[in-house]
Each structure stands twice: as C-alpha cells, then as structure tokens.
Design a protein around this ligand. Structure first.
Ligand code: AMP
Length: 278
C-alpha cells in the first residue's frame, strides 16, 4: 500500500494509473475506520483495479461549536485496516485548502432540510471537499454509505449537475448486532449513553412496524419513531419522513421515502435513517 500525503503527488499518481487504463475505485472518509467504512472498501475492491482511500478530517464541514478539535483519529490503526482490505493508495493529506481559498459548492435545495437546517454550512463543506477529492483522484467509481443519506443525495446531485464522470454507489448501513449504526462518533458515548443510543434504531423500527401494518400517514409514523427516540435522547434534533430522492416533505408515504433521525445522546450527535419502500 502506497501512502501519499501531498495533493499534487496524489493527482500525478492517479493520473498515471488512469492513463495506464486502470479503473479507479475511491472511498473518501474522515478516518477512525470501522466496519461501515470497511464494507465500502471491500465493495470498492471488487469494483476497481485500483482501490483508493482518503482519510481527511475536513475542517470546512464542521461548525464553529462542533467537534473538529476532538474528532477521533487513529492513523496507524486506519492504515492497518486499509491494508487488510486491499487498499492500493491511501491519501492522507495534512491540508487540502490553499492560502486564500474561497471557492465553495452549494447544492442549494438538497442542503436545506434535515441536517442542513441544524448544521448551517455543513453540506457546503462536504460538497466542496468531495469535489476537490474527485479532482485529485479522478475516480471511475466512488462509494458512499447510506448512513449519511442526505450527503449521498447531495453528492449524486452534484455529480449530475457539474458533469463529473463518476459512478456513485450507495452502500447499506452497517450496524452493531443490537442495531446501533456504526459511526466514528460512537467512540464519544460514555457509560449508559451507549445503551441509550439505541433509541434511534428503535425509533426507525417503530415506524417500520407501523408502516408494515399499512400506516402511510407521515405524522403518525414520525410520532411513533419520535416516542422511541425520546426514551433515550438528551435532545431530539429531528425525526422526519421525506421523499427518498428530492428530500421534499411528504404527508403520506406513497413513493419511496426516507425516515431520518438526528438526536443528541449526552453531547454526541447521532444520525440514522431507513428507507420506506411504498
Ligand atoms: P465518515 O468517515 O464518517 O466521513 O464516513 C465515510 C464514509 O463511510 C461515508 O460515505 C459514510 O456514509 C460511510 N459510513 C459511515 N458509517 C457507516 C455505516 N455504519 N455503514 C455504512 N457506511 C458508513
């Protein structure tokens, strides 16, 4: 496995691989890798000749009061896991933003609801860094987890809108055996918070059960989910059902929809979601 830290060196290396006719599969991450990330890497390994991983805790997607400073890091552990998944190139830049940086990408409608409403600027940071990484790696295919559902929708939109010639693959949410969605931020959970964090997946299960029984009213479905989330959460940010593609608000689930939850358990902000297939 080749570890590259310099953006220009990364760009040169990937361009040479592309010129040599290699199909490049790319998995961008912020590191502190867990089985969710590794599931993306394993699938990417199957989909490309060259497997590229990036590890970069992107400052522009964190708000001023968010956890940038304490975001968990374990570069040595990450690189060992990457190697075991067959990563060829690990891109671990120190900084991706040149002096005077001022160019941002806004996916203007999709970034408004859900996490965008409580994390202003977050998705501008995400879209911008992903676009930059795409420019450096120029992958043929890039894989993202559905865990970050709105992020995946935004990246799909950006790729279409800005003519990136990249196939975007969305991957299922990997969970702990008890249902908790894997997240690097789970490392923040202390004491009973780990148990309380199950309130998110339990909320999704409650809505899913009601939906399976024929309920289609968004208010009733979200109320059932919210009741579960409130059992464990310190504060509920949102419980919402929206159109799975446009993320538009819906009153009834009559097309594929996403039910998305964000809640604080202690000081840790957790997200989870599920698709309701109408
Ligand atoms: P992050 O390091 O949090 O930026 O995540 C990097 C990629 O891994 C993103 O595409 C995430 O959606 C994906 N990911 C994170 N957690 C999970 C999970 N539990 N299951 C599947 N994919 C995940």
């Amino acid at each position: 496995m080749n570890i590259i830290r310099d953006p220009r060196a990364m760009q040169r290396e990937c361009e040479a691989l592309r010129q040599a006719g290699k199909r490049i599969a790319f998995v961008p991450t912020m590191g502190y890798l867990h089985e969710g990330h590794l599931s993306l890497l394993r699938e990417a390994r199957r989909r490309g000749d060259v497997l590229v991983l990036s590890i970069y805790v992107n400052p522009t997607q964190f708000g001023p009061k968010e956890d940038l400073g304490r975001y968990p890091r374990d570069e040595a552990g990450d690189l060992a896991k990457a190697e075991s998944c067959g990563v060829d190139l690990a891109f671990v830049p120190q900084n991706l933003y040149p002096e005077g940086f001022q160019t941002y990408i806004a996916v203007r409608e999709l970034e408004q609801p859900l996490c965008g409403a409580s994390r202003p600027g977050h998705f501008i940071g995400v879209a911008t860094v992903v676009a930059k990484l795409f420019q450096l790696v120029r992958p043929h295919v890039a894989l993202f987890g559905r865990k970050d559902y709105q992020q995946l929708a935004i990246i799909r939109r950006m790729v279409r809108d800005l003519d990136f010639d990249i196939e975007i693959v969305g991957m299922p949410i990997v969970r702990e055996p008890d249902g908790l969605a894997l997240s690097s931020r789970n490392a923040y959970l202390e004491g009973d918070e780990r148990q309380r964090a199950l309130c998110l997946s339990r909320g999704l299960a409650a809505a899913r059960d009601l939906f399976a029984g024929g309920e289609r009213d968004t208010k009733k479905l979200t109320a059932a989910a919210r009741a579960q989330v409130e059992q464990g959460a310190t504060r509920v940010d949102y419980v919402e059902i929206r159109d799975a593609e446009s993320l538009a608000a819906v009153e009834r689930v009559e097309r594929p929809c996403v039910i998305a939850i964000a809640a604080f358990v202690g000081t840790t902000r957790l997200i989870d979601n599920d698709i309701l297939e109408a």
